[in-house]
Design a protein around this ligand. Structure first.
Ligand code: PMP
Length: 431
């Protein structure tokens, strides 16, 4: 039964049992309508109510300010690797075009010439590469628009013997200078808030808003929060785009949540026509329409068929958090996540001869606790995992390319299960 198994998988992750049970009923016969939620139209009043409820709960939990839009999309975190590039480079081009039009009027040839020059000389996207997901995202940007436009402002492996596991000091990052810093700024700065094992301890100081006269001269900060979504308080106003796949902390696979500043959507910025981008020769742009933020926003996330059952699961998880934590909102969940992570790290650290936590203490993740057994002895790690399995402690095997042990501590992993794992860690170490 569910109660007997303590699952620590990296994602998809466990969901709260009451939501799973209610989901079973809603899948068969939603609210006695005689239809399941996966069978109804995404344009029905029921679907709209689910969408509204999900937006409202998320707005409450994260205190999302007025100037932001919530989008529900598909194609997962990886889809957003592409979407971010497509949309934000488009915004960059559109803003440049507006400025050029003011100076040059409507002379198409002159406009094109100027824009082409600006793209060649000034277009940059900044990536902070702190783990395999931000690395993948930066590679997708290079694939779409070309390596020459991608500035890897930080490759955390360089300062750590070729391995991820530390985030070097901000002073060593090489971000594209903003207008205030004497440059022209980048189309965006991208970071992954939680990589497997490595989490930004806080919003980077050097990315704080600079108080520019014009909002367009501020940095556009994009964060992948796929693996720590709704696990701590976030000052949404510092980000331009936050995205996350639902399948770890929020729901089942198939829904991707995007929180985006409205000033990056029409009418302020129209997506440039495909022909223009093509003429500017910016790699593989434009992207597909179902990843176009403006289109999805204009259609209230219902441009095409959204999986309403999956959305409902996410809405239930979020509504439960609202009901459970009340005024404390996501900070209530944060306390629990911190407590569970602390328990595990403290136990691991109390047996340094047996366990070695992989990432540096300053950046270790509250969501994925990565460690080695006896310095990474393959036989001992196998033995450790086999012993865990016999106790129904499952999903602990590390990433296939990295090895080791990885205990994922997502929101719905109960404290009881973490305590069971702590007991096993103690027993194994003292045996
Ligand atoms: N970003 C992060 C931080 C992730 O952890 C993952 C999935 N583990 C992804 C992106 C990719 O997500 P998806 O499989 O939904 O494309």
């Amino acid at each position: 039964s569910r109660e007997e198994v303590a699952y620590f998988g990296a994602g998809p992750a466990p969901l709260p049992t009451p939501v799973i049970e209610a989901g079973g009923k809603a899948f068969v016969n939603y609210n006695n309508t005689g239809l399941g939620l996966a069978e109804i139209s995404h344009r029905s009043p029921t679907a709209n109510a689910v969408l509204a409820e999900a937006k409202s709960a998320l707005t409450t939990l994260y205190d999302i300010p007025e100037g932001y839009e919530i989008l529900f999309m598909q194609a997962g975190g990886s889809g957003e690797f592409s979407a971010v590039v497509h949309n934000l480079v488009s915004v960059w081009v559109e803003r440049r075009r507006r400025k050029a039009e003011k100076a040059l009027g409507n002379d198409e040839d002159k406009l094109l010439e100027r824009l082409r020059k600006e793209v060649t000389e000034e277009l940059k996207v900044d990536y902070l590469v702190t783990g395999s997901w931000s690395l993948k995202a930066s590679q997708e940007a290079a694939r779409l628009i070309g390596t020459k436009y991608v500035n890897v402002a930080l490759d955390a492996r360089k300062a750590n013997n070729g391995k991820f596991g530390r985030i070097p000091e901000e002073a060593t990052w090489s971000l594209t200078p903003t207008k205030r810093e004497g440059g022209t700024g980048s189309a965006f700065v991208y970071l992954c808030d939680n990589e497997t094992g490595v989490e930004f301890p806080a919003f980077p100081k050097c990315l704080e808003p600079q108080g520019a006269d014009n909002e367009e001269d501020e940095r556009i900060v994009v964060a992948d929060m796929s693996s720590n979504f709704l696990s701590r308080k976030v000052d949404v106003s510092k980000y331009s785009v936050i995205f996350g796949g639902a399948q770890k902390n929020v729901g089942v696979t198939g829904i991707t949540i995007v929180i985006i500043k409205k000033s990056l959507l029409p009418p302020q910025t129209a997506t440039p026509p495909p022909a223009l981008l093509h003429k500017l020769e910016i790699g593989g742009l434009p992207g597909t329409i179902v990843l176009d933020y403006a289109t999805i926003a204009k259609n209230n996330s219902l441009y095409n068929t959204l999986p309403i059952f999956n959305l409902w699961i996410a809405s239930q998880v979020m509504v439960n958090l609202v009901n459970t934590f009340g005024e404390r909102k996501v900070s209530g969940q944060e306390e629990i996540a911190n407590k569970k992570a602390e328990l595990l790290y403290t136990t691991l650290e109390s047996h340094p001869q047996v366990y070695q936590v992989v990432p540096d203490k300053s950046v270790r993740s509250r969501m994925n606790i990565c460690f080695r057994v006896l310095g990474g002895d393959a036989e001992k790690e196998k033995e450790f995992l086999a012993g865990a399995e016999t106790l129904n402690l499952t999903g602990l095997k590390g990433h296939r390319s990295v090895g080791g042990i990885r205990a994922s501590n997502y929101n719905a992993v109960p404290l009881d299960n973490v305590e069971k794992l702590v007991r096993y860690l103690e027993d194994y170490a003292t045996k």
